[in-house]
Design a protein around this ligand. Structure first.
Ligand code: 4NP
Length: 584
């Protein structure tokens, strides 16, 4: 393929909607978020006429509250800082399209969760030196209810009660729930058992459905706020018991008070309604939107971009509501997708997705793709970064190194206190697997954010293993990044490193730049406020002094989040050209 053919292919790829997330219905419209027609936007689908409408455009969307059937308004936030994630709250009438600027009196901040009960909005915002819990009315009147230095995510609001979760007791391996009672102005922290994982409480009345591992494997429980009692939900079917889940996915209350939930297993998922299995095709189910008599679920895989199915709650039959097809010239280049496991240095099995390219030979040039997070995963879900590599003629190996989500809480916490340590060895073992299995000839490492951090560290700590590296929005100096971070990201770094100050230096590539051997491609958004550019520029200076082989691509008017097709091209095109040159 020539560069012009490749660029054409990439442009065709980024036109394919890569995110479609159903959020729920209100006033006969399905509200969803999609990265389609060039940008991440809020959309509605009129359920009577089937007409789709883009509700906002030309902005960077940062969060959306679940629609509430009591209101025609949908509440969302947009970045007003060219990608720095300082956001402002708006509401839109999904029928008339009228926008209300309801958050103009609130100092813009990083949104850490937002909920809407049809009349009021609750949100948590992170600032340079505080985190605020805020209540906002549609007329623009707001109140700061609570101020903290802790990580708090708002997840639900119902009349007099706000529910959310966070790291509230200082244990880096635990999450607790919190409740703010608007009647008494009381902020209450709740955990069924100290040191356990408790997240995402969703209110129905004053009962909160949440995910916990306090009683063994992760499961859903209900906490009754008024009686302080905790119960296991009872379902009318026990289908779900026969599914060997490795994790819990999305869940919510149905409008009749029953529960719908998704169980995950090795990157794929199943939907259960009141305990009954819904017979959907194999793939991953990520987003669950609730309707009056139906639910909407996104369905996707590594070789198929997301579609939305509507599931009838009486029959549990499904139909396609929002379709999405790959152009032939892209589809024909995506080869076999496999789930594999290999053993790491200590015997830990590493769940991994392997995506073969039909645009190269076998063995062929291979990318070890390191996901961000680090508390995230590469599931059998559409991933436009991975797809771009595959169609460009690279096989991709995407390990879910220790610390990844989707494989239980014990696995997730394995990186806490040791980021860039054992998890990095898991990555090194992925390279070994790729070569031994006959997949890889030359091998590069590539990742964005935490994946960019791991790329830098892999090239410095294991310099002889790589033919090239691509670090997007990476981390080169944890100490300087800490100083530049807002309140929530300071806590994030403390949690990740369990406050081991000396480890910050050991895991910062800037101190080992002399070790690098492989050519390095650095891609970084100029306005990134999670992994700031400033320390990376110092690292670049070091590379220059040391006469290393590198290239740097700084993307203006962009922050950490990839929200437009242009962002995608700006990141992917330099990476692909670099990899083509260096893995030849
Ligand atoms: P992510 O980026 O991979 O996009 O989540 C990160 C940003 C900050 C930190 C880690 C990862 N941190 O530890 O502060």
């Amino acid at each position: 393929m020539t560069y012009s053919e490749l660029l054409k292919l990439l442009e065709s790829l980024v036109k394919v909607p890569c995110v479609i997330a159903p959020l729920g219905t209100t006033h006969n419209h399905l509200v969803y978020v999609a990265l389609a027609e060039g940008e991440l936007s809020l959309w509605s689908l009129n359920l009577k006429t089937k007409v789709k409408r883009r509700l906002v455009s030309g902005v960077r969307l940062t969060s959306i509250a679940e629609p509430n059937p009591k209101s025609r308004f949908v509440v969302y936030t947009i970045d007003i800082s060219k990608g720095r994630e300082l956001s402002r709250v708006y509401a839109i009438d999904i029928i008339s399209g009228k926008v209300l600027d309801i958050g103009s009196n609130i100092e813009p901040g990083r949104v850490m969760g937002i909920a809407f009960d049809g009349e009021k909005v609750a949100l948590s915002l992170s600032y340079k030196d505080k985190v605020s819990l805020i209540l906002l009315r549609l007329d623009g009147v707001f109140e700061e209810l609570h101020r903290t230095d802790k990580v708090i995510f708002v997840s639900s609001l119902n009349e007099d009660l706000i529910a959310g979760y966070g790291v509230l007791k200082g244990n880096p391996r635990a999450f607790e729930l919190f409740f703010y009672d608007l009647r008494t102005s009381e902020f209450k922290v709740y955990t069924p058992r100290d040191g356990t994982y408790n997240v995402n409480p969703l209110l129905h009345g004053r009962r909160a459905l949440f995910e916990t591992n306090a009683f063994g494997k992760k499961d859903l429980y209900i906490y009754d706020y008024d009686s302080s009692k905790i119960v296991k939900p009872s379902y009318s079917s026990s289908d779900y018991k026969y599914y060997e889940a490795t994790d819990v996915g999305a869940y919510n209350w149905l409008r009749d008070g029953r529960i719908g939930f998704i169980l995950k297993s090795k990157g794929r998922a199943r939907l259960f309604i009141d305990g009954s299995l819904v017979k959907l095709p194999e793939g991953n189910l990520r987003f669950l939107g609730i309707g009056d008599n139906e639910v909407y679920v996104s369905h996707e895989s590594l070789s198929r971009p997301p579609r939305v199915f509507k599931v009838d709650l009486r029959t549990l039959n499904y139909e396609v509501m929002i379709d999405n097809e790959l152009p032939k010239e892209i589809n024909e280049k995506i080869g076999t997708v496999r789930y594999v496991e290999y053993s790491s240095f200590d015997g830990l099995r590493i769940p991994t997705y392997v995506i073969e390219s039909r645009a190269t030979s076998k063995p062929g040039p291979t990318i070890i793709y390191v996901h961000g997070g680090p508390w995230a995963e590469v599931a059998d879900s559409w991933d436009v970064l991975i797809a771009s590599l595959v169609i460009s003629g690279f096989h991709v190996v995407a390990p879910n190194f220790r610390g990844s989500t989707g494989y239980g809480e014990e696995f997730r916490v394995l990186d806490i206190g040791d980021p860039g340590g054992a998890d990095l060895i898991d990555i090194v073992k992925a390279r070994e697997w790729a070569i031994k299995s006959g997949l890889a000839s030359k091998v590069a490492i590539m990742g964005y954010s935490y994946g960019g951090f791991m790329t830098y560290l892999a090239l410095t700590k294991y310099p002889d293993l790589w033919d090239a590296g691509v670090a997007g929005a990476g981390i080169t100096d944890w100490e300087e990044m800490y100083e530049l971070s807002d309140e929530v990201f300071k806590r994030f770094i403390e949690i990740l490193f369990t406050n081991k100050k000396e480890l910050l230096k050991d895991r910062s590539t800037i101190f080992y730049a002399d070790k690098i051997k492989a050519p390095l491609c650095i891609i970084h958004p100029q306005n990134d406020s999670r992994t700031p550019l400033k320390p990376v520029l110092k690292f670049v200076n070091k590379l220059l002094e040391l006469n290393k082989r590198f290239e740097v691509h700084i993307i203006p008017d962009m922050g950490h989040l990839i929200t437009t097709s242009e962002d995608l091209i700006n990141i992917l095109w330099p990476a692909i050209v670099f990899l083509k040159k260096n893995l030849r």
